[in-house]
Design a protein around this ligand. Structure first.
Ligand SMILES: CCCCC/C=C\C/C=C\C/C=C\C/C=C\CCCC(=O)SCCNC(=O)CCNC(=O)[C@H](O)C(C)(C)COP(=O)(O)OP(=O)(O)OC[C@H]1O[C@@H](n2cnc3c(N)ncnc32)[C@H](O)[C@@H]1OP(=O)(O)O
Length: 174
């Protein structure tokens, strides 16, 4: 399948889930070995995503030496993984578990090792099982975006989707 990020003319109605974290509170880890959020993931990103107002979230990530791509700057794949984590957690604000279907990233400025990235994301629309999410990343000393991302996530039944792999998923909070 080939696609691109194009918002539907009209979104299905969306509501903040009653059990979503309050603004400023973190989403709970789903697995401590998750590459994106797991506290015990070797070489993981260790990103915590926080609920914002409405359908928004925020997150931060310190850009460490091991994330290096070009000399002194972040690798584009590491940044893409960070966006996947932030964007992919955001639909939980409407109570929808998802997997990534399509993810686009625009790399606007080099991102230096040693800086801290600040992410802001929002669920922009939902159409049947598709959840459209956008995010922007900035450096701590600037309001100027250094990267943006847009993604289409697909709503899943967690237990059915991961049934075949359940041994390794058994520690997950499904
Ligand atoms: C890693 C997290 C998992 C942990 C689970 C445990 C607990 C989690 C709880 C909450 C999660 C918390 C945090 C998550 C944090 C980060 C998120 C990281 C997410 C990932 O990193 S996850 C890995 C990469 N990801 C995959 O591993 C997906 C592989 N893939 C598939 O598993 C199937 O391909 C699937 C299920 C996507 C679809 O299959 P399907 O048969 O169920 O659905 P179907 O084809 O009928 O499509 C239904 C509608 O989606 C549209 N659609 C389909 N595919 C599309 C695409 N690619 N692009 C755009 N639209 C697409 C169709 O066009 C149709 O749209 P329409 O309604 O308009 O017809």
């Amino acid at each position: 399948m080939s696609t691109n990020f194009s918002l539907p003319d009209v979104s299905d109605p969306m509501e903040r889930h009653p059990k979503a974290p309050a603004p400023g509170d973190p989403f709970r880890l789903h697995h401590d070995l998750c590459h994106g959020c797991g506290v015990n993931a070797p070489g993981g990103l260790h990103v915590t995503v926080y609920a914002g107002e409405g359908f928004t979230t925020t997150a931060e990530m310190k850009v460490e030496e091991w994330m290096l791509g070009g000399p002194g700057v972040i690798h584009g794949g590491v940044l893409t993984a960070a966006f996947d984590e932030v964007l992919g957690t955001t639909p939980l604000i409407i109570g929808v578990p998802v997997v990534t279907g399509h993810l686009e990233v625009d790399f606007l400025k080099p991102i230096p090792i040693g800086s801290t990235l600040h992410f802001e994301a929002e669920v922009a629309a939902k159409e049947r099982r598709k959840v459209f999410v956008r995010a922007v990343a900035r450096l701590d000393d600037s309001d100027e975006p250094v990267a943006t991302a847009s993604a289409i996530f697909i709503e899943i039944d967690l237990r059915k989707h991961y049934a075949k792999y359940y041994d390794s998923a058994s520690q997950s909070r499904l």
